[in-house]
Design a protein around this ligand. Structure first.
Ligand code: GRF
Length: 201
């Protein structure tokens, strides 16, 4: 720990991360936020799945968490609760990281330009699910991942950054997914840092 006084650097962008599952991209974003010079800080981890493994990790790291199952709620009610948690935490940006719920158009529109997602394909190829199996079946030389802005149309917002990962002979969707995840963990922190630092942002 530096022995100097409180940090005097520029104000960091406040980011809430939404997850549904293991949260490995969340962990990558959080770890990167703790490196010197990172222009963002994580103020909230929120999930629709109270069992999401990433929540326990976030708590252990001292990050505020919010967990609310969507079961028995309308989409509008659940979205409002998630959005309320983001506002309460002072979030300026939302990073979706394996958040497996479609957000309502109103939510997306209110956060347009301030909400990012990571998708496990080289968009615009393979929007939606089963991206790795589809890349292998098509005989693609590379799969990969994309960080993009979230718009009401699924996986279609402005592409901010991409990384390619070679498909191996006899690859399986699971093996390719694992290698793409390693690449995602490097891509997402870099893309988020670049985005919050953009001119005029
Ligand atoms: C990642 O493959 C991401 O591209 C997709 O969902 C997965 C989340 O994985 N949107 P994790 O929870 O970050 O491990």
């Amino acid at each position: 720990m530096p022995e100097t006084g409180p940090e005097t650097g520029p104000e960091k962008a406040k980011v809430a991360i939404f997850i549904s599952g293991s949260g490995t991209n969340m962990a990558a974003l959080l770890d990167a936020s703790r490196l010197d010079g990172c222009p963002y800080e994580i103020v909230l981890i929120a999930s629709n799945n109270p069992q999401a493994a990433g929540l326990a990790l976030a708590r252990a790291e001292g990050i505020t968490t919010f967990a609310l199952s969507h079961k028995g709620m309308t989409r509008a009610e659940h979205d409002a609760a998630m959005e309320g948690a983001a506002h309460a935490a002072g979030a300026q940006y939302i990073a979706l990281a394996g958040y497996m719920r479609i957000l309502s158009d109103g939510f997306v529109t209110r956060w347009q330009g301030r909400m990012l997602n990571i998708h496990p394909s080289l968009l615009p190829r393979y929007k939606g699910l089963d991206t790795h199996a589809r890349a292998i079946a098509a005989g693609d030389s590379h799969g990969g991942a994309t960080v993009h802005l979230v718009t009401p149309e699924l996986d279609s917002g402005l592409i901010l950054d991409q990384v390619e990962v070679a498909v191996l002979p006899d690859d399986t969707p699971e093996a390719l997914a694992e290698r793409v995840k390693l690449a995602e963990h490097q891509l997402y922190p870099r893309a988020l840092a670049a985005y919050v630092s953009r001119a005029g942002g």
